[in-house]
Design a protein around this ligand. Structure first.
Ligand SMILES: [Zn+2]
Length: 400
């Protein structure tokens, strides 16, 4: 017998074990009566203790709708057992479940948006609305209306009605599965009437507050993330701590955090532009020095260099700059976990860089390719010594 239908606040009770069973790899018991909530309707199961043994899950058995209490270890006690529901978890579920009813009704009244899904877990609470692109103003008005209902401390009552009577009531939603004799209806003092088998608070004031965190578009639906009561307070505490950290880091007031970060981003972009320009000047000067110190042999200047202190883009920039001088062959290698070879040629050189690169990569087991005037490849680990050896062999092959 599911006692939580009548009383969501009872957490300590005595019950008789009427069946020992299993669920998955775990032992499980069925009691003659229970206040443990079984997962359903978007609300997760309760946890707690039965005769001192942790209850890790509570399910409804398909065959006979019995409440199956899944245990961490087998129960040694028989007959009457002391049971205890984890109240903190249960009350959090009650706050969120009742809050969900109110928020769902508020979205209907404000935006004509119906709730088509509800999800409640330790890290997320959401409802899905059958509308998209709700305006921020509508979201705020729905949130305000929901909180007016909370602050008015309206009574929340549960009653069981016949299916015939249900036809005469303007009800927000009907359940997927009915476990009671008749329809269990939750009435938030005329604001919202809906069929529900979950656990709810007695008065809306116990919800404390309902706060929408964000809305995201999911196909033709909107997912509304929200928090109620204790979780809303913890969320506020965490976010407030975050804002305080940001204001301390940026030495500004909370309202100046966004402009401060925007300014920092712009400064960073400008600094990156300056750095890029300075780097390219340095690389140009380096290329000029290298060319000057490499005398031509048979009309060709072969520059071979392993650059361990560069990223690939800079190495590529160096190669490009070197071959702006006619008659230059640039063979640049970048050692590392994903070593790269960059081969390039200037005007007046007929050697195929792609063929030259393929021959060099063969000894490294690397992959790559390109055009006759420029080719790049590698992607395999290689030390500076290995890169130097490959480059030396390539230089040698050019002389043959
Ligand atoms: Zn409910």
């Amino acid at each position: 017998m599911r006692r939580y239908y009548d009383d969501a606040y009872a957490t300590r009770f005595t019950a008789r074990v009427i069946e020992q069973t299993t669920a998955g790899n775990h032992p499980a018991v069925i009691l003659d009566q229970t206040y443990f909530y079984a997962t359903s309707g978007g609300q997760p199961n309760d946890t707690g203790l039965i005769a001192g043994v942790p209850v890790i899950d509570v399910q409804t058995r398909d065959a006979d709708a019995a409440v199956v209490h899944v245990l961490a270890s087998p129960l040694t006690a028989n007959g009457e057992v002391e049971c205890q529901v984890d109240w903190a978890r249960r009350f959090d579920h009650m706050q969120h479940h009742t809050g969900q009813h109110i928020l769902s009704q508020a979205f209907i009244e404000v935006a004509d948006a119906s709730t088509v899904g509800f999800h409640l877990s330790a890290d997320s609470v959401t409802i899905d609305l059958d509308k998209v692109n709700l305006l921020p103003d509508a979201i705020n008005r729905a949130e305000d209306l929901a909180n007016e209902v909370v602050f008015a401390d309206r009574p929340v009552t549960a009653r069981i009605i016949s299916m015939d009577d249900a036809a005469g009531i303007r009800m927000r939603k009907l359940p997927e599965k009915i476990l009671t004799d008749g329809l269990r209806v939750i009435d938030i003092d005329g604001f919202d009437i809906t069929a529900c088998g979950g656990t709810h608070v007695r008065r809306t004031g116990e919800i404390g507050v309902i706060k929408v965190l964000r809305i995201e578009k999911r196909g033709d639906k909107s997912r509304v993330e929200f928090r109620c009561g204790g979780r809303a307070l913890r969320e506020f505490r965490d976010r407030n701590a975050l804002v305080n950290q940001l204001t301390a880091l940026l030495t500004c007031k909370a309202e100046e955090v966004v402009p401060s970060i925007t300014r920092l981003q712009e400064e960073f972009k400008a600094a990156q532009r300056d750095l890029k320009a300075a780097k390219s000047e340095l690389i140009a000067a380096e290329a000029d020095r290298v060319i000057a110190s490499t005398p031509p042999e048979n009309g060709l200047r072969v520059v071979s260099k392993a650059v361990a202190d560069r990223d690939v883009n800079d190495a590529r920039l160096l190669a490009t700059r070197l071959v702006q001088t006619p008659g230059v062959i640039a063979l640049i290698g970048v050692p590392g976990d994903k070593a790269q070879l960059i081969f390039a040629r200037g005007d007046g050189v007929s050697v195929d860089m792609n063929a030259l690169l393929k021959a060099a990569l063969a000894s490294l087991n690397g992959r790559g390719g390109g055009q006759p005037n420029m080719a790049q490849g590698g992607g395999v680990p290689a030390t500076t010594e290995q890169i130097e050896a490959v480059l030396m062999a390539t230089v040698q092959s050019l002389k043959e």
